[in-house]
Design a binder for this molecule. Structure first.
Ligand code: TXA
Ligand code: MG
Length: 322
């Protein structure tokens, strides 16, 4: 990731700031995926985000802030373990769910009394936030349910010229969405897996961190089929080779996995056997297969070790629709 931003990025950030101040939308890079940014204090701007994405209005948005000092504008009753996580991981791919401050619009929170907040770790996003000076909602810049974008051209493929400005910050280093941690109870709980693992959180806190939503915690947006290609996509394990339905007569089949593809596959992408590198390549690979004119995409299982859990989660959701 470039530490400094270029002159042309600087000019684009100035233009983006003006668009945001006028209640418009801009796409911005983050270290995880590209976001569709709007003024988190402007309800009309937030409505535009929901309608452009085709996202149900009860699915809450993440507020992106420029530095941890802005957190109190958005959240309250911040437990000490949340402060420890902030110190260790912000700026970075960690979103915290906390009780919302009184003034925070329920349009942001999907009608809930809690709010999700993070400080992204990308120089262009941070420069935009500093220039704008206020929080930005930024859901992933894709149509609802589709694959999240990890480059400026992915955002163009999703929305064309429906967004007035797409800030180009290169390819996203992390490539999957932030880890979401609920800080509403005595102990933290992971609501969405991401590159910051339960083990990494636990080692900072000196206590174990549970994964999965409690019944009391509503996690809208965590629907099973998500991050999905438009092409029918299903899971594939090595044993499926003997499945007669998988003798791909007259079918153009794509494969995304970690080992040799099954016989008869037209296009295969083999991901690196390293969860960090595989995460960075995952959505780009799914997009390439989705654009290849295939009838079916097969998605293999990643290795069983814990360090693959976030990638397993995304691969399962990508293939949950069939
Ligand atoms: O990495 C990321 O988090 C990216 C980049 C752009 O920052 N953003 C992102 O936003 O993934 P989005 O809108 O695609 O996903 C937001 C997730 C949803 O699963 C939503 O349910 C959850 O955050 N969320 C937001 N507010 C919440 C709340 N108050 N309680 C529980 N979950 C919440
Ligand atoms: Mg999303």
């Amino acid at each position: 990731m470039p530490l400094r931003i270029t002159q042309s990025q600087r000019l684009a950030i100035k233009e983006a700031t003006q668009i945001l101040e006028g209640g418009g939308l801009v796409a911005m890079p983050t270290e995880t995926v590209y976001g569709l940014a709007a003024d988190a204090s402007n309800e009309d701007a937030i409505s535009k985000v929901f309608s452009l994405k085709g996202r149900p209005s009860d699915r809450p948005l993440i507020v992106h802030i420029g530095q941890s000092e802005w957190l109190e504008r958005w959240a309250c009753e911040i437990p000490s373990y949340a402060h420890a996580l902030i110190k260790a991981f912000w700026p970075g791919p960690l979103t915290l769910v906390l009780p919302k401050q009184r003034g925070v619009s329920t349009k942001v929170t999907g009608g809930q009394s809690t709010v999700a907040v993070r400080v992204p770790n990308h120089p262009v996003a941070l420069a935009l936030l500093q220039s704008f000076g206020k929080g930005l909602v930024a859901p992933s810049a894709n149509r609802y349910g589709h694959i999240s974008p990890t480059s400026a051209s992915d955002v163009t493929a999703e929305f064309g010229d429906e967004i007035p400005l797409i800030l180009d910050g290169g390819s996203c280093e992390v490539g999957i969405e932030s880890t979401i941690v609920s800080c509403l109870s005595e102990g933290p709980r992971i609501l969405r897996l991401g590159s910051i693992s339960p083990q990494a959180l636990a080692s900072v806190l000196g206590r174990s961190v549970e994964v999965g939503s409690e019944e009391a915690v509503v996690v809208p947006g965590q629907v099973l089929s998500h991050y999905a290609p438009k092409t029918p996509t299903r899971r594939w394990t090595k044993g499926d080779q003997s499945d007669p339905n998988l003798h791909f007569v007259d079918q153009k089949v794509g494969f995304l996995g970690f080992f040799d593809p099954p016989i008869g596959v037209e296009q295969a992408i083999v991901l690196p056997l390293d969860p960090v590198k595989a995460g960075a390549a995952l959505y780009r690979s799914l997009r390439l297969l989705d654009e290849a004119g295939l009838n079916l995409i097969l998605v293999a299982e990643p290795p069983i070790e814990d360090e693959w859990d976030a990638i397993r989660d995304r691969m399962q959701r990508a293939s949950a629709g069939v």
